[in-house]
Each structure stands twice: as C-alpha cells, then as structure tokens.
Design a protein around this ligand. Structure first.
Ligand code: NAD
Ligand code: DAU
Length: 353
C-alpha cells in the first residue's frame, strides 16, 4: 500500500483531487491533512469520508512537530501539497497569514519529508509534489504571448509572492538535499465546491439572490479558465508520470475577459433559473479596481500535452453549464457556506479553527 498525504484536501481543488485518488486507487491510503480554515469544508468530501482508504487529520502545515508525527504514524510515501491561503483580495488585506501558511507551511512540510525519508536511507519511491499557480509569473500584456515553464517569476500580489517563495523553497530542497520534487503551475480553476468569494461561485450566488455583481475596474482583465476536474486529472498524471525535478504548466488555452465571462455566466444562470434573457444584466456593478490587479494570465501547457498526453476533457461552454447547474442544485451547500453555519459545525466537531 502507498500512503499519500494530500494537504488542503478539504478545500476546492484538494477535495476534487482527494475524491479522484480515493476512488481511482483503492490500494493507496489517502491521508487528507487540513486545518479547516474558513476555506476548508468537509462537506466537500461527504461521498468519500467512509471509504476504507481515506483518513482525515486536522493539522496546521506550519506545525512542524505535528506534521512530522503524521509522516511517522502513516509512513508517508508521497505528498501532494495544496494547503494554502488562496484568495488574492485577502492577501492584500493580510499578507502575513499568506507568508505564514504558504511559505512557512511549505517549508515545514519539506523539512518533515526530508527528515522522514532521508532517515530511511534514501529517497527511492518517494515524491514531494507541490501545487502552484500561474500567478507566480506575473502579468501578461493584452495579446502578448503565454507563460511557459521558462518564464521568469515576477509576482505582484502578496498571494503570488508567497506562492513564488514556496516554489523556490521546493526547488531549493531538490537542488540542495536531493529531495525528489515536482511542481505544477495552473491557471484559474472553476467548478463545484469552490468557496463563494472567488469570481464564478460568488457571481452565481449573487445572481440567484439578485445581489450586485461587483466587477473590478472596467472588467477588461483576462483570466485563463480550467475545469477543476481537469486540473485534478493533470495532477494525477504528473504525480505518476512526470519527471522528477521538473515543472509543468497546466491550462486549457481558454482566455476570457472578465466582463465577457460574466455575461455568459448571467445568460446561463438566468436561463437555468427560468428568468427572461438579460434579466440579471442590471446587477452588473463596476467597482474600484483590485490594487495591483494583474491584467492577463495565459498558460502554455504544450509541455504537459506533448510529454504526458494531457488535454482538458471539457469545452468551456460545457464546463460552465455543468458548474452553474451544480450550484443551482446544491443551494444547501451554498447556504451552509455563505451563512457561516459550516464554521460553527466544524468548530463543534473538530475544535477551534
Ligand atoms: P482553497 O482556499 O479552496 O483551499 C485551501 C485549503 O487549505 C483549505 O481546505 C484550508 O482549510 C487549507 N489550509 C489553509 N491553511 C492551512 C494550514 N495552515 N494548514 C493546513 N491546511 C490549511 O484553495 P484552492 O483554490 O483549492 O487551491 C488549492 C491550491 O491550488 C493552492 O495551493 C493554490 O495556490 C493552488 N491553485 C489554485 C488555483 C485556483 O484557481 N483556485 C489555481 C492554481 C493553483
Ligand atoms: O490564476 C490562478 C489563480 O486564480 C489562483 O492561484 C488563485 O488561488 C485563485 O484565487 C485565482 O486568482 P484570481 O485573482 O484570478 O481569481 P478571482 O476569482 O479572485 O478573480 C478572477 C478575476 O475576476 C480577477 O481578474 C478579479 C476579478 N473579480 C474578482 C472578484 C472576486 C471581480 O471583478 N470581482 C470580484 O468580486
């Protein structure tokens, strides 16, 4: 049996990855380490929580002793590290918690892996996989090229600066101590179970409740959107087949100007709610721009496609339809999160957050 530690498994992408790994690899034991911050929600994993090859452990990635104990208790062979503070707007208000979780948290996991694995003689069949973001590359001009694996790091927000720093620590542990590592940098994800502070679930929820849709600046910034289950598939593929020491960009060549995406979102949501076409256009509200707002992200994932044969499974139109339908059919989940009830529930069951 392989013991795989997935950190941040109660979050958006982490929960999709945990589900995929638990179902696809019954002979692996998947240990989900998560602190259950505001972004963590075990309701995202209801369908796998009773599987025999799944374990949840509440822990802080920054607590080196606690993380070390998990490596020892579960004889961890591989790590897929997703736990992070992930929302750019929060990083602008509170950069320190991003440095703590994203930098110190990654460092303590690396240190725990090195101690546990080097103590066993060598690193054979061990792997530390770090999940990162395209935001480390900075911002592109409109119509000006793509981020490749060779693009120089140029982060702008406290969030992307903390993720860039964590990527550097992962490479430093590879180059200095020989730790077997892999890194992937992915574009914007969308899909089910995303915390409704991020653009797509926030706007779907606001359309449902006829609340304003706060568009930053002129809505001209561009993001490159990938269906979250395609990201999880790519992580699985890189984890098993990627080259140790390498970096892989993940993205579906799917750029959208925010305002165009928002109009599609309104159209699909109104139709599925049985409202008249354009009924929710009036909710669009232009607000003060995000400080340091990156203009454009666009990922070149040719390496992943050519070396490992990965391609996204869904066209965007299909993915967005599926996503809106999911939030409409799971308004209980949305209400559980937006009301804050989930925080109280987990405090009661798992202690202070
Ligand atoms: P998320 O905010 O939905 O989930 C983060 C998870 O980490 C939560 O379950 C939270 O409880 C947990 N966590 C936070 N601090 C912790 C700590 N100190 N110890 C243990 N657990 C802790 O994030 P997400 O959107 O699923 O992103 C997951 C990873 O993927 C992040 O590393 C992020 O940088 C990266 N990423 C995200 C996107 C995206 O579009 N969302 C794109 C590319 C890369
Ligand atoms: O590119 C990958 C990154 O994508 C991930 O690393 C981050 O974890 C993830 O949060 C995401 O970052 P963004 O800042 O691009 O995502 P967000 O959903 O916050 O915003 C998407 C775009 O929409 C961005 O240009 C800002 C804009 N926006 C966002 C919100 C929340 C608005 O106009 N209004 C809003 O209310």
């Amino acid at each position: 049996m392989k013991n795989i530690l997935i950190t941040g498994g109660a979050g958006f992408i982490g929960s999709h990855l945990v589900r995929l790994m638990v179902n696809k690899y019954p002979d692996y034991r998947i240990i989900n380490l998560d602190l259950l911050t505001y972004a963590g929600n075990l309701a995202n994993l209801k369908d796998v929580e009773n599987k025999p090859n799944y374990v949840f452990v509440k822990e802080d990635v920054c607590n080196l002793e606690g993380v070390q104990a998990i490596f020892d208790e579960y004889k961890i062979d591989g790590v897929i590290h997703l736990a992070a503070e992930s929302h750019v707007d929060r990083s602008i208000k509170d950069p320190f918690s991003f440095a703590r979780t994203n930098v110190i948290g990654t460092l303590s996991l690396l240190q725990a892996a090195k101690t546990a694995w080097a103590g066993g003689g060598d690193y054979t069949d061990k792997l530390f996989y770090h999940v990162s973001t395209d935001e480390v590359y900075g911002s592109l001009e409109l119509g000006g090229g793509f981020f490749t694996e060779q693009t120089k790091y140029a982060p702008h927000s406290p969030y992307s600066a903390s993720k860039a720093s964590s990527d550097h620590f992962v490479r430093a542990f590879h180059d200095t101590y020989g730790l077997p590592v892999k890194i992937s940098n992915c574009s914007n994800n969308y899909g089910s179970y995303q915390f409704p502070e991020k653009l797509i679930p926030l706007f779907i929820n606001n359309i449902i409740h006829n609340k304003p849709l706060p568009v930053y600046g002129k809505g001209e910034n561009i993001r490159d959107w990938l269906f979250v289950e395609d990201h999880a598939q790519a992580i699985d593929l890189i984890f098993h087949k990627g080259k140790v020491g390498d970096t892989y960009n993940i993205g579906g060549f799917n750029e959208w100007r925010n305002i165009d995406l928002i109009k599609v979102l309104i159209k699909v949501t109104d139709r599925l709610l049985g409202r008249k076409e354009g009924a929710s256009d009036k909710l669009i509200t232009y607000v003060t721009d995000r400080a340091g707002h990156d203009m454009r992200y666009a990922i070149d994932s040719t390496k992943l496609h050519e070396e490992l044969g990965w391609s996204p499974s869904l066209q965007f139109e299909e993915g967005i339809e599926k996503t809106v339908k999911w939030y409409l059919e799971n308004q209980e989940w949305l209400d559980f999160v937006t009301s804050g009830a989930y925080m109280e529930y987990y405090e009661e069951h798992y202690g202070n957050r």
